[in-house]
Design a protein around this ligand. Structure first.
Ligand code: SF4
Ligand code: SF4
Length: 262
């Protein structure tokens, strides 16, 4: 902890970073801390309970745009940062990543190549709960599954906290706010809520970090991260692991069988 604080203070003092996105102790759980001074850096913590995906702040231009930013990166934040760089949403020289060490601490990684390497060396957190949830829903007959999702999503009041929590949702104008043409009704109603979530998750195909932040952010506790988790699984089964060569939404193979058409 002291090592992290010292290193961040050193980087802030030498102007190698303007801001550091990390965690501080909250009332019950760690909460995000944006540190811009040595005094603020003294409040930084990092332990196994710091699992939130702070990479979301890297794509919030009003906060970190044009600023050299350091970040405490949990496993999912490292995954998000890697993908955001592949999508040209971050510039290598503008971000300093403190990635996970094998003993659960943090260390400054020198380059994005090091972040990618560290990701390969680190086991992903268990997704047993999400896997069991997907299986339970898949085992339902189609009519029951439809009833489950329409009942859950009928409660959604379109606050867009799921979107705000997602590091990969960075468009300056979201499809739900476009009205020429208006693809999705802006008011909360069961079918337009279903459309919103289908659209949100479709936009994540091959990009989603599977961090669960969207579900964790929903004030109603709607399990929208389970839809994203299923999408991650389907993309992996059909296209393999995402690579920096392009995600499944923006690439195609001339010899694609296109068997989804039949
Ligand atoms: S799990 Fe949710 S919040 Fe995390 S990257 Fe995927 S869609 Fe975004
Ligand atoms: S966070 Fe929950 S209530 Fe808000 S838009 Fe997303 S699913 Fe709906």
């Amino acid at each position: 902890m002291n090592e992290l604080r010292s290193k961040v203070k050193e980087l802030l003092g030498s102007k190698e970073i303007d801001l550091f996105v990390g965690y501080e102790q909250g009332t019950r759980l760690p909460r995000p801390l944006i540190a811009a001074s040595a005094e603020e850096a003294d409040r930084l913590i990092f332990d196994e309970s710091c699992t939130g995906n702070l990479a979301v702040y890297l794509t919030r231009r009003e906060l970190t745009g044009g600023k050299k930013t350091g970040i405490a990166a949990s496993y999912y934040a490292m995954r998000s940062i890697s993908r955001l760089l592949d999508e040209n949403q971050l510039r290598e020289g503008m971000v300093k990543v403190f990635g996970l060490t094998p003993d659960g601490g943090l260390t400054l990684l020198e380059s994005i190549a090091d972040v990618k390497q560290r990701l390969q060396e680190t086991s992903a957190p268990s997704s047993q709960v999400e896997d069991e949830w997907v299986k339970e829903i898949e085992d339902m007959p189609p009519a029951e599954r439809w009833k489950f999702w329409t009942s859950e999503l009928s409660k959604c009041f379109k606050c867009y906290a799921c979107r705000a929590a997602c590091p990969m949702c960075y468009c300056t104008k979201c499809i739900v706010e476009v009205n020429r043409p208006q693809w999705i009704q802006p008011w909360a109603a069961t079918m337009s809520n279903v459309e919103w979530q289908i659209n949100r998750v479709m936009h994540m195909a091959g990009r989603c970090a599977d961090c669960g932040a969207c579900g964790a952010a929903c004030p109603l506790g709607l399990p929208v991260h389970i839809i994203a988790h299923k999408m991650v699984e389907m993309v992996r089964q059909n296209f393999g692991e995402p690579t920096e060569k392009g995600n499944v939404l923006s690439t195609f193979k001339p010899n694609d069988e296109e068997n989804f058409i039949w």
